[in-house]
Design a protein around this ligand. Structure first.
Ligand code: NAI
Length: 305
């Protein structure tokens, strides 16, 4: 079965270069109408250029596809969504991909390093997605992809700002998966590794060659497709390797009565033993240990506003 996107409208942010460009070309090749968003700035977020997004639109059109350019920052997500509505009247898929780096050890990190990274990655993805959300809800259909990073999942020296924003994106995705489920809006997270201008200076040439962005895009395609089989999940992808990553919880230890820090020292091996570990996928599942202790279900009242 070929995964087609005929009559689907796809927003790809940061689609002027690297991964976003590769995703946009592939969505278009499969029949999607694509909003190619890119501010056209530098790796660290400075400057802007309208030609970057337009270049990818031209490439798509030359190949017989349908696309329009948008050059707003993701911080103005409503304008990007408006471009999609004006051009095509609907939005089916949002791939939040735009990104920059402002690496610095934590000791030297400035407020600006922190704010800029937060604004482009986490706030930008929020703004674009929130603007698309009412259209998706009204259509009872939506596919959203967040782009995180192994730096966010595991931490990375010099990337405290980036790691915090990137893991925040998965938190956002997991909650949108819950809130969007009843409206057929699915939201998943992709952690790519690919050669691009962001990685050109940190990876050797032979490794960059093995990590083409085109090796990541098939996962964005499946997660963006109507047959997407999952929601709220996290995938690590690079160089042709595709894997799912999830949380792992130890069985834990119950202290029957009051306990003190010294009791923790005594039981530490057991508290931290991953033998018979659990993989909670919901808040209620993660609390199952506490439920055993209480002898009843811990109901969390759904917040509907
Ligand atoms: P890239 O630099 O080639 O592409 C990112 C694009 O986002 C650029 O064209 C840039 O102009 C655009 N952009 C930046 N700020 C923007 C804004 N405010 N509004 C609109 N567009 C903006 O980088 P790459 O590697 O393709 O990165 C894509 C995404 O993947 C980023 O979110 C990045 O953090 C993430 N990522 C990439 C990894 C890699 O190995 N290349 C590893 C982990 C995550």
């Amino acid at each position: 079965m070929s995964l087609r996107f005929d009559d689907r409208v796809v927003i790809v942010t940061g689609a002027g270069n690297g991964l976003g460009r590769s995703h946009a070309l592939e969505f278009a090749r499969r029949g999607a109408k694509v909003i190619v968003n890119d501010l056209g700035g530098g790796v660290a977020g400075a400057g802007a250029s309208t030609s970057v997004a337009q270049g990818v639109v031209d490439e798509i059109r030359r190949a017989g596809g349908d696309a329009v350019a948008n050059t707003d920052s993701v911080e103005e997500g409503d304008k990007i969504v408006q471009t999609a509505m004006d051009a095509y009247g609907r939005i089916d898929v949002v791939v939040n991909n735009a990104g920059i780096l402002r690496d610095s050890s934590f000791a030297k990190m400035t407020d600006e390093d922190w704010d800029l990274i937060y604004r482009v990655h986490l706030l930008g993805s929020f703004k674009v997605t929130r603007a698309a959300w009412p259209h998706m809800r009204a259509a009872n259909y939506g596919r959203i992809v967040m782009t995180t990073s192994v730096a966010g999942i595991y931490g990375n020296f010099g990337q405290a700002n980036y790691a915090a924003a990137k893991l925040g994106l998965h938190g956002l995705a997991q909650t949108l998966a819950i809130e969007g489920g009843s409206k057929n809006i699915l939201c998943n997270t992709l952690a790519p590794t690919a050669s691009s201008r962001l990685t050109a200076t940190v990876l050797p040439p032979e490794v960059l060659e093995a990590l083409k962005p085109e090796y990541v895009s098939p996962v964005a395609i499946l997660l963006g497709h109507e047959t997407c089989p999952v929601t709220g999940k996290l995938f690590e992808v690079g160089g042709g390797w595709v894997a799912q990553t999830r949380w792992e919880q130890t069985q834990g230890v119950f202290f029957k009565d009051d306990y003190c820090a010294e009791d923790l020292v005594n039981m530490w091996d057991q508290i931290t033993s991953f033998e018979n570990s659990r993989h909670a996928a919901k808040v209620t599942e993660s609390k199952s240990g506490i439920e055993e202790r209480l002898g009843r279900k811990l109901e969390l009242a759904p917040q509907k506003t």
